[in-house]
Design a protein around this ligand. Sequence first.
Ligand SMILES: [Zn+2]
Ligand SMILES: [Zn+2]
Ligand SMILES: [Zn+2]
Length: 339
Amino acid sequence: MRLYNCPSCGGMLYFMNSACSACNADVAFHPGKDAFVEADEACSNRDEIGCNWARDLADESLCHACRMTDVVPDLSVIPNGALWAEAEVAKRWVLATLARWGWFRAGSPEPLPAFHFKSAQTRDGTKRVMMGHANGVITINVAEADDAIRVRNRQMLDEEYRTMLGHMRHELAHFIFDRLSTEPGFSEQFRALFGDEQADYGAALKRHYAKGPPAGWQEQYVTPYASAHPHEDWAETSAHILHLVDMVDSAVATGLSWPTQYRPPADAYAATDGNELIHVAIDLGMASNQLTRAMGLNDLYPFVLTPAVRDKLEFAQHWLNRAVREPILPASGQRGPDG
Ligand SMILES: [Zn+2]
Ligand SMILES: [Zn+2]
Ligand SMILES: [Zn+2]
């Protein structure tokens, strides 16, 4: 993630800021401008969920990210409101980084995902919530924003890593898959690396939950869940390339000295050599693990990336990066790539 500047004093702002710590100005992130503006253009969800984005259209009260939310949990039940707000933080982060690769930009006429934020806890009792993507709708269980619940689920599912940010990346990758699968060449290349995604999905998941991943899954898959079905392999792999590129981008933005023989690209999202980018990210991940160990925390990036997994990551990096693969339609009022 980039660092930003205060529209009032020019001081540094983090993406999550809604006020400037230097001059106290209230600020809002404007997705169409990829910059912070004065908060008088703020999203109408600012007070309710702390959304720090600006309205991108004069005739809309909500921001680009909040307009993608179609369902919110039962807010009469505590703490659904706080959990929903936490989940929206992760969504805004992932949308802003995907925009760097040309996805879901404010003002673009392309189809956008619809988010359904649900909680099992409702005023009428407990209802089961299934997270996932189907036909453009992404369902998120806001309980996953609760640390205790998420860690319990992570341990139950024997996962190394589980975050709301990871859920957003995973589910949006499913949405993007449907878009990419109509592009010439995608499906052939995908099936050669990941297998045939037309294989029976329900049966595959049933098998995964009954028997777990196959022995030696680490050779081929970034996570155990990726071995369940080619669709899940794509979503897990895509989430990981988004993690890795964001790590490199954030390290470059904050001016960290580089722990590796590989040099980072000036703009991680504009990099075209996926193989080199992945090398840079792996070295950074290992150095960062040492930092988190110094605080007694879990490894920042607790994964091993084999050659087969790196090939898939490189494939995902190539296809996800629309900004390089195809010209982007400029958002209304924005300059084109040559402007
Ligand atoms: Zn300021
Ligand atoms: Zn908003
Ligand atoms: Zn999935």
